[in-house]
Design a protein around this ligand. Sequence first.
Ligand code: B12
Ligand code: SF4
Ligand code: SF4
Length: 349
Amino acid sequence: MAIRDRALALGFDAVGFAPAGLGDRPRRALAEFLAAGWQGDMGWLADRAAWRGDPAQLWPEARSVIVLGTNYGPAEDPLALAAQGDRGDISVYARNRDYHELIKGRLKQLAGWLARGVAGQPPIAVKVFVDTAPVMEKPLAQAAGLGWQGKHTNLVSRDFGSWLFLGEIFTTLELTPDPPAVDHCGTCRRCLDICPTRAFPEPYRLDARRCISYLTIEHQGPIDPALRPLMGNRIYGCDDCVAVCPWNRFARATAEPALQARPDLTAPALAELVRLDDAGFRRRFSGSPIKRIGRDRFVRNVLIALGNSGDAAQITAISALVDDPAPVVRDAARWALAQLEAGDYDPAG
Ligand code: B12
Ligand code: SF4
Ligand code: SF4
């Protein structure tokens, strides 16, 4: 069919159609998630929750959603990095350019083509979304048949495992929906058991406040000291639950040039990252999604990884940051020193 062919020609790897609505379950799950406070300081998840939980409220004229998946499968097993304590583990999605730009550009191309429509037919209205809009992308992708929400809450595809970025085109066009995907997790619980911080209160539910992805990327203040030793060398995001999924045996490395891992972002030396000042940070992460969190939060993460590294050779570099102008950096530096010198850490200090 023309839309699918066009989407694949533009570089998308998976395409499906769903009605512009969500059943009760995702809406209820979102309400329960927010009532439990699992969003932590991602207040934007609660803002416009009515739109997020119901595409019909976000855009009442929309009739269908075209869900597009982009394969970002890594060439090597991301779990292997956890063993390299002197190196920073950056999650697969952040090892090159910001995926939002790539996907949004392609969504706009496809939407523009669609909106031009067929001569003599009524005009077709379209809106494109990726990640940051008030849309629940995973339940929509499941409804469009791209995969199912696994126990780690992310979408699992039979063709690409856990490695699909999602994006959507909402449209006034009536499209015949694809059959929704069915859950194939069965009795497996690998993703739940591998989580270093025990962030899943139960299967299919995530307390984001304990998730290393949230802690390293979204959370702005000092990280709960009880969780720091569990973070290991993860300095931007975490892939453990998605990488361990057995359905990744069907995954393949992405062929997309913009998503190939930059060698300097695959396993950078912590000793080098901890020395970054503002200008150095901006230079190093130009064009990368990491730039968004700024030098202070990033160096906070690096200091926690150093505290977990057991590498006493870094004590001098860490000591240089105990008087850093940024409170989160000072706090993490004192904690890292206490870890490496087996000394005291006073959070109030
Ligand atoms: C907020 C957010 C986060 C937060 C919270 C994650 C979360 N699970 O809610 C944080 C910062 C932790 C995060 C982390 C990551 N994220 Co994120 N994130 C989002 C965002 C913006 C919204 C998700 C959301 O609505 N959460 C609210 C909860 C309520 O909804 P939910 O996740 O759908 O989960 C509910 C359902 O699973 C439901 N449910 C479904 N089935 C069932 C069955 C039963 C029986 C039950 C009881 C419940 C149930 O219950 C759950 C909640 O309790 C989306 C983009 C978007 N606009 O959708 C990207 C998105 C989900 N993230 C994405 C990615 C890649 C990641 C990371 C892998 C990045 C990384 N490597 O660090 C991690 C994975 C962590 C994890 N296990 O989820 C991708 C996922 C792609 C995919 N294939 O699924 C998305 C879709 C972005 C994109 N456009 O590609 N993320
Ligand atoms: S991303 Fe990491 S910390 Fe977050 S739920 Fe998955 S395994 Fe746990
Ligand atoms: S690891 Fe197992 S339980 Fe988790 S999403 Fe994959 S199949 Fe489902």
